[in-house]
Design a protein around this ligand. Structure first.
Ligand SMILES: [Fe+2]
Ligand SMILES: [Fe+2]
Length: 188
């Protein structure tokens, strides 16, 4: 099979109907894709991996199934092991080594992109003027976007070897072009 971003989108939307989950996939894709471009990596592979990392969450909403039971489905459809392994490695409970740039990047973008999204939802101009300083402040408020694991946000940046502020700024910039698709307010 030819691995493309569009093929991954097709697979994703076959298994995922929830708008929130699709937005999450798009947000993580934007971040991971921006890093692929920056690092000169395989953009189709990185985009596809990010899009598919939670593709089975709707059919496997519990950690005894997600994402491990999704892997055979991807395999059956002919996705490369490199993608499947990266998808599996985003799950903390599987304790797989994150030993490639793709795995590190996916993990570093997963929770944080959701958090930035949440920050943008409570601002009058979405993420247009959002700055790392204010994201950091909100990270320290446990009640805000309580479902986002702070520890994974900090460790993700650490494992990727990037400064957290720079990582946050990079992700905000990556998300701006798709702000509308994420349901965020955009300047007129
Ligand atoms: Fe997941
Ligand atoms: Fe995710």
């Amino acid at each position: 099979m030819e691995l493309t971003r569009d093929r991954a989108w097709q697979t994703l939307t076959t298994y995922t109907k929830s708008e929130a989950l699709l937005r999450h996939a798009l947000a993580v894709e934007a971040g991971v894709g921006a890093y692929a471009r920056k690092l000169g990596e395989d953009e189709e592979l990185w985009h596809a991996t990010a899009l598919l990392h939670d593709f089975d969450y709707e059919i496997h909403p519990t950690l005894d199934k997600h994402p491990q039971d999704g892997a055979p489905i991807l395999r059956e459809q002919g996705y490369p092991e490199e993608l499947i392994e990266a998808v599996l490695s985003h799950a903390e409970h599987l304790a797989m080594p994150r030993d490639t740039p793709l795995k590190k990047t996916l993990f570093a973008c997963d929770e944080l992109s959701g958090f930035i999204h949440a920050c943008g939802l409570v601002r009058p101009d979405g993420i247009e003027t959002l700055e790392p300083k204010s994201v950091r402040k909100k990270l320290k408020q446990p009640s805000f976007a309580a479902g986002v694991h702070r520890e994974e946000v900090y460790r993700g940046a650490e494992e990727l070897g990037v400064d957290l502020d720079e990582h946050i700024a990079f992700l905000i910039e990556a998300l701006r072009p798709i702000a509308q698709a994420l349901g965020l307010r955009t300047p007129p």
